[in-house]
Write a new protein. Structure first.
Length: 1239
């Protein structure tokens, strides 16, 4: 963390992927982030740049200016600045330019959406100056990230997984000894791994073979632990120029593992195309695709065959942009930057490619009469106008607005999901656009795309190609000055020549430099991402707005009714280009349309909605009224989350800021995404989705409407952004029952996953079970471990967490039942004291009588020990110290002496049981004082006692020492109190019947008399404020108490101390979530949603979803991204030779209200040809063939055996059928829905 908070990162380019990286780094907490992008915002930036708004376009702000304030608002501890540029006309040393950045030294340079040649130049500079380098691009339907951290780099640890620790059962004495792991623990250590031994006195289970000779070691006595030693591999990175022909590629898609190499060739070919044609290929241009494929053949890698279909589709869509890809690569690249500055975890080695070509239409899009708002054009270039309409008209229901939820909502807003159909009112906007520089030429508008593609016979297109192969490309890079550190600024002139400084290279100096942009969405101004742009005014990595001849500004678009004046052209074709040309020719301004067909005529209307200014208060008012998805006339996004924003959410949930703490997550999230895209329709709820709300808010009808629209005609989409497995499984059962597609995603630290659950195609979420430690079962500490035998430090945290909340909450409820009245409680206790054990029990179930019936000795003792002064608070804290850390240890040693052995002759005190050591209180020990002081503060808060404030921690020791001057702790008295040893025993529950009444006990009577005397005191105040644990409550010291109690218990058992942050994480049930992983995972799952929408309603829907859908598994610490096909459903056979799947449900209407159980069974057996063996409703048996007492139910009306309400129209049953043969087991059939009769 220190390295991260001391780091300075320069980001060049703030398009879609650039702003994602910037956002993630600000949330991570770098010291300074320098933004470098002087490109003026355009309407098409709204496609992927979520910090660019229409007013930024109207006012001509640069992308850096538009992004600075919202980025800075994410984290007040990060200084976000904009790179200033030098306007001198003389040569400027890049060393001086970078190293004189304001008050910092750059540790990592990030280049986004820039030409390969420029990136190679800056990469070479970074290597010379020991600056880490990250290069990321998103082009159409694919993207990449490249890392160069230099030679012989060491990163430790290699991943975020804690070292594996396990208890040892035995170790052989041999040359190649075997180590047996105790019980059924998993070591997860790979071959060649290292371990260390701890607590070893001498030297179906798992066995490790050790590469060490133990023949001369002492015999192992059966006690000890082994801990994995993480070994970080040495990594050597090569410069970008040397990673073109023989790249190190990270394989992502295991279904098509060759796709990474194909995309690498496509990327190189696109760079060569830009170098040759001064622009990216036109959208869906067959002529440009032909040239592109010829270029690709020249850069084909060894032993590789070009996939012409894939590369052609990449070429067609290279001017587009997919927001989910920006999210994914923004997360991956930002995590690599964090690795670069912290030297933690394994860096990417060295390229990662990922694509989503499956969303590209199979046929060339034709003019459908639809048009798109400028913000959606980049998306339409990838998915086509018909699919854009599907997206705009889709609805979705999202559960959870945490870290992933925020990222998902951002992606949905950028995609325009639920933004509504085209509006006829956009005619005026169409007129404006038709006169702008972004509109297609008249010829393009009227030309149709022929269904028959004509090959390009004009070979002249290939004649000016300078780059012939990889070798020649490297030479060209050398011509650009890769070995040089000093450049002269270019002189703006017609053609904008850029002289390159002389060097040691043998080749002839290049006369002029010319690099076009990579695409409209990457650069509304043409110099975005080009050599000229990044070296403008001699500033390294500076992205400069388009300039025309003699430094004149580029032509502006006419004013637009929705977006106001646009500050720069929205296409890359109306630009001035700069290139290297050995013939020394200058190029003139070129104006061409993005499309060479009438696809561009889609600009005649727009998907648009009124765009009001949305505030949190406005959304809260609107969504409070709209408590049901039925209130939306058209498509809408329905979100629900019962949680409110906490301070700890702010470092990973970027839609929330400090002023939102305490507000509902769903309401604030709805307001935030409508600021990104005001056209969205959003309904925000604050209800918990569980069985308790199933019959009220979240009915089946509600889920179907929320997921697929009011008319239930759209593709049903449910997004699971939950943080627990129980919630996911419940949502899964509801989605399966209603045949709704569910898209699940989750993260934990740098790890994450996505899963698609598609009706009638894939298995459900509940079809697979995670290992116990992944499900969270390992977090449930056995009762005996929690109480007496902690095995690891986290057990101590759970014990301390329990001590915080157990009794104060119960006492507060007890006192509240008596209205906090001393008189009423005193009268009740006097009644108990006066009457016998069988006479005082009241029969009514009022709250106070329920508490009185359960009143026991511990509760009375707790009540009588309540402090009345601050000194008493400290003394009680000291008593608890003695009880928890001295008497407890003495009692365990009394019950189980140090030499105690078990029946098998094994010592009782051996790992995982640890022999305790009694602690002696020492006022000079800070940990001891921390416990007493923090405990006293909590007591004072509960009792309403004034707590003195301290300015320095040392003052606490003085207060404690003074208060304990005359305090003498009670000595330990041995007792026969039971100590539970069996790990299978659960926590005992108190009996609430009269048999547990202890009124005959003398000690109980004595405590009653003490309580009555306290209540008779005129100064008596019944105050016991229940304190809910809040991990963020620093004022009252919640974590202070738990940390002190945890580490004192750890010291008593010889366990290592736990850091305060780790205590907070465990006690606060914080699931580690970081912005990088959530952004990457949200991007992946958003792509799956986009695929699902695009394929819906097509003739090959099932086939396409089966072959193109993916489940993803992410571990950014390695880094590893694995994309695989989802598991298909499994058919289960029935005795009648039919089968069913998890998606099937049988339904039958009960004929009449008088129909008997036997009549119902006869109907089932007649319809399905199966013999009924068992019928249950909600686990309650209605009929069982094997039990005679159920025979009487056969004659009863079916409705009399069911549980339902008057509003219910059906009940769900589970029916089990007899096996086919006598020896065959019974078989549970599909869920059975019985439709109730209406008359």
């Amino acid at each position: 963390m220190r390295r991260l908070s001391d780091s300075c990162v320069l980001i060049c380019g703030l398009g879609g992927v650039g702003v994602e990286i910037a956002k993630n780094l600000v949330l991570a907490g770098v010291r300074e982030l320098i933004l470098d992008d002087s490109t003026v915002c355009s309407a098409e930036d709204l496609a992927s740049q979520f910090y660019v708004h229409p007013e930024d376009v109207a006012q001509g702000r640069t992308r850096a200016e538009a992004s600075q304030k919202p980025l800075a608002a994410l984290n007040p501890y990060v200084h976000v600045s904009i790179k200033t540029r030098t306007q001198a006309n003389e040569g400027v040393d890049i060393d001086q330019e970078i190293n004189t950045l304001p008050a910092c030294k750059i540790h990592c340079m990030v280049i986004t959406d820039s030409h390969l040649f420029l990136a190679a130049l800056l990469n070479n500079y970074c290597r010379q100056h020991h600056i880490k380098f990250v290069y990321a691009n998103t082009i159409g339907t694919f993207g990449n990230v490249f890392c160069d951290f230099g030679p012989n780099i060491k990163f430790s640890p290699p991943d975020e997984e804690p070292p594996s620790t396990f208890f040892i059962e035995s170790i052989e004495n041999a040359e190649k000894p075997k180590l047996v792991i105790r019980a059924f623990e998993q070591h997860k250590i790979s071959d060649g791994g290292f371990i260390t031994f701890n607590e070893v006195t001498e030297i179906s289970p798992c066995v490790l073979e050790l590469d060490i000779d133990t023949c001369n070691f002492g015999k192992f006595t059966g006690n000890g632990r082994a801990t994995e030693v993480k070994q970080a591999p040495d990594v050597t990175h090569l410069p970008l120029a040397k990673q073109l022909e023989d790249p190190k590629l990270s394989i992502v898609d295991l279904v098509n593992p060759d796709s990474a190499a194909q995309m690498h060739v496509a990327f190189i070919a696109l760079m060569a195309f830009i170098y040759t044609k001064k622009q990216l290929p036109k959208a869906w241009s067959k002529k440009d695709a032909t040239l592109f494929l010829k270029l690709a053949e020249r850069f084909c890698l060894r032993n590789m065959k070009i996939d012409t279909t894939l590369l052609e589709r990449i070429c067609f869509t290279s001017r587009g942009q997919l927001p989910p890809l920006c999210s994914f690569f923004g997360g991956v690249a930002a995590q690599e930057v964090i690795k670069a500055v912290t030297c933690r975890f394994t860096p990417l080695n060295q390229w990662m490619y990922f694509g989503a070509d499956s969303v590209i239409p199979s046929e060339i899009p034709r003019n459908s009469g639809l048009s798109v708002e400028p913000r959606y054009r980049p998306l339409v270039r990838c998915i086509g106008p018909q699919n854009m309409r599907k997206v705009a008209m889709a609805s979705t229901f999202m559960v959870g607005c945490g870290a992933i939820g925020c990222e998902l909502l951002k992606n949905l807003a950028l995609l325009g999901l639920a933004s509504g159909a085209p509006q006829a009112a956009a005619a005026e906007l169409s007129s404006n656009l038709s006169n702008s520089a972004t509109s297609p030429s008249p010829d393009d508008e009227t030309s149709a795309i022929s269904s028959e593609i004509v090959e390009d016979d004009d070979n002249e297109e290939l004649m000016p190609l300078i780059i012939r192969d990889f070798h020649h490309m490297v030479i060209e890079l050398s011509h650009l000055g890769m070995e040089l550190g000093v450049f002269r600024p270019y002189q703006l002139d017609h053609g904008d020549t850029f002289p390159v400084a002389d060097g040691d290279l043998q080749s002839t100096p290049v006369a002029s430099l010319e690099m076009p942009t990579m695409g409209t969405t990457h650069s509304p101004s043409a110099t975005r991402g080009t050599m000229t742009a990044l070296l403008t005014d001699a500033s390294t990595g500076a992205v400069t707005a388009l300039a025309g001849p003699q430094g004149e500004s580029a032509t502006e678009l006419p004013e637009d009714e929705n977006f106001a004046p646009l500050g720069s052209p929205a296409t890359s074709s109306s630009t001035s280009f700069y290139r290297i040309d050995e013939r020394g020719k200058s190029l003139h301004v070129s104006s061409q349309s993005d499309y060479d067909a009438d696809v561009e005529s889609m600009a005649q209307q727009t998907f648009s909605c009124p765009q009001p200014t949305i505030t949190t208060a406005t959304v809260a008012t609107n969504t409070d009224a709209n408590t049901n998805a039925n209130t939306c006339d058209g498509p809408c996004i329905t979100i629900t989350d019962m949680d409110h924003i906490e301070k700890s959410n702010l470092n990973r949930q970027f839609l929330f800021h400090s002023e939102h703490v305490g507000l509902a997550k769903s309401t604030v999230a709805a307001a935030s995404i409508r600021q990104i895209n005001p056209a969205l329709k959003v309904v925000a709820l604050q209800e918990k989705l569980d069985s308790n709300t199933e019959g009220g808010v979240f009915t089946d009808d509600f889920l179907q409407i929320a997921a697929s629209g009011k008319d239930k005609s759209g593709p049903p989409i449910v997004l699971a952004a939950l943080d627990n497995i129980k919630g996911r499984r419940y949502l899964d059962t509801r989605c399966v029952a209603n045949r709704l597609a569910m898209f699940d995603s989750g993260t934990q630290g740098t790890k994450g996953h996505t899963q698609v659950i598609l009706p009638g195609i894939t298995e459900s979420y509940s079809s697979q079970k995670d290992p116990p430690e992944e499900e969270g079962a390992s977090d449930v500490v056995p009762y005996c471990t929690l109480k007496s035998f902690p095995a690891k430090a986290s057990d101590c945290v759970e014990w301390a967490r329990e001590k915080f909340t157990l009794k104060p909450q119960g006492m507060d409820r007890f006192l509240r039942a008596f209205g906090y009245s001393c008189k009423e409680l005193r009268d009740a206790l006097q009644t108990i004291l006066a009457k016998g054990p069988s006479d005082w029990w009241p029969n009514d179930a009022t709250p106070r009588n329920v508490f009185l019936r359960c009143l026991n000795m511990p509760q009375l003792t707790f009540f009588n020990s309540r402090p009345r002064t601050w000194k008493e608070c400290i003394c009680l804290g000291r008593e608890k110290f003695e009880k928890y850390f001295t008497h407890k240890a003495l009692h365990l040693l009394y019950k189980f002496p140090a030499d105690k052995v078990l029946e098998g002759g094994e010592p009782f005190w051996q790992l995982p049981r640890r022999k305790p050591r009694p602690l002696t209180f020492d006022v000079s020990n800070k940990l001891h004082v921390d416990f007493v002081w923090s405990f006293a503060r909590l007591l004072g808060k509960q009792a309403g006692i004034h707590i003195p404030s301290i300015s320095v921690p040392a003052m606490a020791a003085s207060f404690v020492k003074e208060a304990l001057m005359d305090f003498t702790p009670k000595p330990y008295v041995p007792s026969d109190k039971e100590v539970i040893v069996d790990t299978s025993v659960s926590r005992p529950t108190p009996l609430d019947g009269p048999s547990s009444c202890p009124t005959a006990d003398d000690e109980f009577h004595a405590q009653l008399e003490i309580a009555i005397a306290r209540l008779s005191d005129p100064d008596c105040r019944l105050t016991c404020q229940s304190i809910e644990f809040d991990k963020d409550n620093e004022k009252d010291g919640h974590i202070d108490f738990i940390a002190a109690a945890t580490n004192l218990r750890a010291a008593m058992y010889g366990l290592p101390e736990t850091g305060r942050y780790e205590v907070k994480r465990i006690a606060g049930r914080i699931i580690p979530a970081i912005a990088t992983t959530t952004a990457a995972v949200a991007g992946l799952v958003s792509l799956e949603v986009l695929k699902y929408i695009c394929f819906s309603g097509t003739s090959s829907e099932t086939e396409c979803l089966t072959s193109h859908s993916r489940n993803n598994f992410v571990n950014l610490s390695l880094p590893s991204v694995i994309s695989v096909l989802p598991g298909l459903y499994v058919a289960k056979n029935l005795p009648n030779n039919t089968h069913f799947t998890v998606w099937d449900r049988w339904e039958m209407k009960l004929p009449t209200k008088k129909s008997t159980l036997k009549e119902f069974i006869d109907l089932v057996e007649l319809k399905y040809g199966l013999n009924v063996s068992l019928i249950t409703q909600n686990c309650r048996p209605i009929y069982m063939t094997l039990l005679p007492n159920f025979e009487c139910n056969l004659r009863k009306p079916m409705l009399s055996l069911l549980t339902y309400t008057p509003k219910d129209t059906y009940v769900d049953l589970v029916i089990v059928y007899e096996g086919k043969g006598d020896d065959d087991d019974d078989v549970e059939g599909p869920p059975f829905r019985l439709i109730l009769p209406t008359d």
